[in-house]
Design a binder for this molecule. Structure first.
Ligand SMILES: NC(=O)c1ccc[n+]([C@@H]2O[C@H](COP(=O)([O-])OP(=O)(O)OC[C@H]3O[C@@H](n4cnc5c(N)ncnc54)[C@H](O)[C@@H]3O)[C@@H](O)[C@H]2O)c1
Length: 302
C-alpha cells in the first residue's frame, strides 16, 4: 500500500512512519519541517518539505496517487492557538480542507484524521464517549473538531472513505514536551535531567494517558479498512498526576524534586474517554499499561 503521511516528521508521525515501513508499505511524507537535515531517519520514505495548505501539496498528491492519506500534520499547541488563532485555524482547518481537496482528486484514496479529546471541553460526565457534547475550551479544540464536519461532508459528496480518531493524551518515544500529552514529557525531562517538577494544584487532576504504540495500532487497522465513523482512542482509565509521578519515580528509581504551585485557570480537573466503540467496531484494544509505557519511554530517552 502507498501511504501519504502528513506530519510524518512529528511525534506520532515518526512512530507511524516506522510502523508502515516495518510492514512493507510505501511511505510518502509531507511535512514542512522534513526538509531539515536532522530528518535523515526519513531516508526510506519519499519526502516533501511542503506545507499542506499549498497548491504544491495538491500536485504532490496527484503525482504520488496514494491509496491512503494519513493526515497528522497540525498546529498542536493550545497556547499558540490562543495567541494566534488565525494561524491555528489556517493550518488545522484550511489545511485539512486542502488535504480533502487533494484526496478527492485521487479515485479511491482514503483518509485518516486524528482529532482530539480537546473537542469535548470540560466533561459533563465520565467517561466521555463519542456522543458527549462538543464544547471546546480553546481555539485548538475548535480547529480540531471543525475538520471532522468537513470530512463527513466530503465523504457524502465525493465518497471519500475515512476514519476519524479522537485521541486522549498521547505519550511515548519521539515526543516533544510542548505537545498535548506534554506532562509526561516534562516528567521525563525532570527525571532525566534531575530538574524540579512543578505540580499545579493538588495533583489529584486526572488524565487518560494512551501510549503511542496503541495509537499506531489503531492507525494500522484504519489503514487497511475505512470505518467511516469517529472513535475515541484512549485507555478508558483515569490516572492522577500524583499516581503518574509515583510511577515515574518507581521507573526512575529515585524521588523527584517537586514544588507545588497554584492550580492553573482553565485546566480541566478530571478527564478520561471511553473506548468501547473502537473495541466493538474496530477490534482495537489498548495493550500498554501506564507503568510499562513510562518504563519504555524512559529507557528510550535515556
Ligand atoms: N500528541 C497528542 O497527545 C495528540 C492528542 C490528540 C490529537 N493529536 C493530533 O495528532 C496529530 C499529530 O500530533 P503530534 O503530537 O505528533 O504533533 P507534532 O507537532 O509532533 O507533529 C505535527 C507535525 O506536523 C507538521 N506540520 C505542522 N503544520 C504543517 C503544515 N502547515 N504543513 C506541513 N506540515 C505541518 C509539523 O512540522 C510536525 O512535524 C495532530 O493532528 C494532533 O492534533 C495529538
Amino acid at each position: 500500500m502507498k501511504v501519504l503521511l502528513t506530519g510524518g516528521a512529528g511525534f506520532i508521525g515518526r512512530n507511524l512512519v516506522e510502523a508502515y515501513l516495518k510492514r512493507g508499505d510505501q511511505v510518502v511524507v509531507v511535512d514542512r519541517k522534513a526538509a531539515d537535515t536532522e530528518f535523515e531517519w526519513l531516508s526510506e520514505c519519499t519526502v516533501y518539505g511542503e506545507d499542506i495548505r499549498t497548491e504544491a501539496f495538491i500536485e504532490i498528491v496527484n503525482k504520488e496517487k496514494p491509496d491512503l492519506i494519513n493526515h497528522h500534520a497540525a498546529q498542536i499547541d493550545v497556547q499558540s492557538a490562543i495567541k494566534d488563532p488565525l494561524n491555528d485555524a489556517s493550518i488545522n482547518i484550511l489545511g485539512t480542507i486542502n488535504v480533502l481537496e487533494a484526496c478527492r482528486t485521487v479515485p479511491g484514496c482514503r483518509l485518516i484524521y486524528p482529532s482530539s479529546a480537546a473537542i469535548y471541553g470540560t466533561p459533563e460526565y465520565l467517561g466521555v464517549d463519542e456522543e458527549h457534547p462538543i464544547r471546546p475550551l480553546s481555539m485548538y479544540g475548535i480547529s480540531k473538531y471543525n475538520p471532522e464536519e468537513y470530512i463527513r461532508i466530503y465523504a457524502a459528496l465525493y465518497g471519500i472513505p475515512y476514519t476519524i480518531f479522537r485521541y486522549a493524551n498521547v505519550y511515548g518515544r519521539y515526543q516533544d514536551p510542548k505537545g498535548e500529552g506534554g506532562v509526561i514529557c516534562v516528567l521525563m525531562n525532570s527525571a532525566l535531567k534531575k530538574q524540579l517538577f512543578t505540580i499545579f494544584g493538588d495533583g489529584e487532576q486526572t488524565r487518560d494517558f494512551v501510549h503511542v504504540s496503541d495509537i499506531v495500532e489503531a492507525n494500522l487497522l484504519a489503514s487497511d479498512e475505512s470505518y467511516n465513523d469517529v472513535f475515541n482512542i484512549s485507555t478508558g482509565k483515569a490516572t492522577s498526576l500524583l499516581e503518574t509521578i509515583d510511577l515515574m519515580e518507581q521507573v526512575a528509581g529515585f524521588q523527584l524534586e517537586k514544588q507545588i504551585k497554584e492550580e492553573r485557570k482553565g485546566d480541566i480537573k478530571h478527564s478520561y474517554l471511553t473506548n468501547h466503540k473502537a473495541k466493538a467496531q474496530m477490534g482495537w484494544t489498548p495493550h500498554m499499561d501506564i507503568k510499562k509505557g513510562l518504563g519504555e519511554t524512559y529507557s528510550f530517552y535515556q
